[in-house]
Every structure is written in structure tokens, then in C-alpha cells.
Design a protein around this ligand. Structure first.
Ligand code: ADP
Length: 260
């Protein structure tokens, strides 16, 4: 993690609020959310369905804009970028992993990984990174396969590789284990953990699953668009214990809401 207070964190969010709809249909998806993520940190954001997790991730990715507040990635306030500059910025600084993998079905694993480099017109030495990455991902023997020839876990590992290939400032993973069985889910969590711990990647994972959150350095609990608690997985003996605390936090907030 970055211990130098002079260096800006890779991701800094302040006072972020976002609503959808109008009038009686208005939904406040995020309310005054602030957070910093340090270099090499793996942050998990956990919350029930509809608590605003994906909205937060999309705002950090610059895929949508806030009603209030700021998102600063790699020192750049995203609101200061026009459409074209934002697209270029995202290509350089943000890698995304989705629940549904979103690989290009007609391309091999290797070419799926290479695609962001081609889009960014990066050639030559950067291409050497593909093989290194395939090894880290445990996909070297699958490099010529198409996505439909891979298991779900292998496809998701390829999607992580595609997100990493440009060496982005931050990798944003939206329910990355949502379509995986428990064994593939664990392998993916181990991969994300080692990418942060051993390769210094900065990662934000949103999930509703305590077993996934357990692999992060820090867990923020989101409820009704607000961060209501921060947990340290190292303080819990098991995912079940972390899950019990998560449910207790949610129950506490519901009780507080009912009394307000
Ligand atoms: P989560 O990822 O925690 O399930 P979301 O961020 O997807 O939560 O959604 C938070 C709230 O915002 C939910 O009530 C959801 O229905 C609403 N919401 C999200 N996106 C939209 C949208 N594009 N239009 C209308 N409502 C939305």
C-alpha cells in the first residue's frame, strides 16, 4: 500500500450522490459517499441488492455522472474531461470486469487480451505482456481457445486479464463471481488477492457475497446508497463471521431507519 501521504490515492471519491427518475419515482442510488483507495489496495464494497454498488462502480469508471460530488482517478477529476478525453482516459486508467465476462466470442483468449492494446494503438513491447499475463492467469494452455471452449472460471480469468493488460490505475470488478461455482469463485478471489498483494494492483470489487469480500484488505458496507460501516476482513476468522457482522450492520441500520 502507498504509505506516502504526499502521493494522491489512485481513486478518491468525495460527497458522491446520484438519483434516478423524478418525482414519486425518484430513487436515491447514492447519498454523499466518500472514499479513498490506496495504491495496491483491494477494496470490497458489499451491500444488499439495490444498495448502490454498481452505481458507485459506474461513477468511478466514468460511465455515468454524479448529481453531486467528485470522482478523481489518477489525480484527474473525471468531470473535467469531455467525451473523447474521457474515453481515452478510461482506456488508460480503468479496467473493468463484469459478472457476464463480456469477452468477444469470435476471438481467442490471447486476442481478447490483446484487444485493449489494439484499441489503444499500443504495439511492440507491450505485446510481450500478453504471455506474462496468460501465465499469471493460469491460461497459457488455453490461449488459442475461444471463450465458448472455456469454463466460466477460465472465461472470467481471461476477462481479468483483458482488464489488466493496459496496466490501468484501477481494476473495477462488478460481482465478478456472480456466475461462478464455489471452486471457480475461490480461484478468482485468490487471483484478485494476489494481483493486489504481489503485483501491486489497485482493485475495487463490489459484491453481495461475504466469501468474496473476505479476500479484500478493507470492506465498505453500503446500504440504501450510504456507506454505513467499514470492516477489516483480517479481524474475522471466517467468511461466515464476516457475513454475520454484515447482516448485523444491515439489521442495525434498518432498525435505525425505522426509528427515525
Ligand atoms: P446494486 O448494484 O447494489 O444492486 P444499483 O447501483 O444497481 O444497486 O442500484 C441502486 C438503486 O438505483 C436501485 O434502486 C436501482 O433500481 C436504481 N437504479 C440503478 N440504475 C438505474 C437506472 N439506470 N434507472 C433507474 N434506476 C436505477
Amino acid at each position: 500500500m502507498n504509505s506516502n501521504p504526499e502521493v494522491a490515492p489512485p481513486v478518491s471519491v468525495r460527497g458522491l450522490s446520484k438519483s434516478f427518475g423524478v418525482g414519486q419515482n425518484k430513487v436515491r442510488a447514492l447519498r454523499d459517499v466518500s472514499l479513498d483507495v490506496s495504491a495496491g489496495e483491494h477494496l470490497a464494497v458489499i451491500g444488499p441488492s439495490g444498495s448502490g454498488k454498481s452505481t458507485l462502480l459506474h461513477l468511478i469508471a466514468g460511465l455515468t455522472f454524479a448529481d453531486a460530488g467528485t470522482v478523481v482517478v489518477a489525480g484527474q477529476d473525471l468531470a473535467d474531461l469531455g467525451d473523447h478525453a474521457l474515453t481515452t482516459f478510461r482506456r488508460h486508467h480503468v479496467g473493468m470486469v463484469f459478472q457476464a465476462y463480456n469477452l468477444v466470442p469470435t476471438l481467442s483468449v490471447e486476442d481478447n487480451l490483446r484487444l485493449p492494446l489494439l484499441l489503444d494503438r499500443r504495439q511492440g513491447p507491450e505485446n510481450g505482456r500478453v504471455e506474462t499475463l496468460l501465465r499469471v492467469l493460469g491460461l497459457l494452455d488455453r490461449q488459442r481457445h475461444r471463450p465458448d471452449q472455456l469454463s466460466g472460471g477460465e472465461q472470467q480469468r481471461a476477462a481479468v486479464g483483458r482488464a489488466m493488460i493496459t496496466n490501468p490505475t484501477v481494476i473495477l470488478a462488478d460481482e465478478p463471481t456472480g456466475n461462478l461455482d464455489s471452486s471457480s469463485s475461490r480461484t478468482l478471489c485468490e487471483l484478485l488477492h494476489s494481483l493486489a498483494r504481489e503485483h501491486g494492483r489497485t482493485i475495487i470489487t463490489v459484491t453481495h457475497d461475504p466469501a468474496v469480500a473476505m479476500w479484500a484488505d478493507r470492506v465498505m458496507v453500503l446500504k440504501d446508497g450510504r456507506i454505513v460501516d467499514t470492516l477489516r476482513p483480517s479481524a474475522f476468522a471466517s467468511p461466515a463471521e464476516l457475513g454475520a457482522r454484515f447482516l448485523a450492520v444491515i439489521a442495525r441500520e434498518e432498525e435505525a431507519g425505522a426509528c427515525a
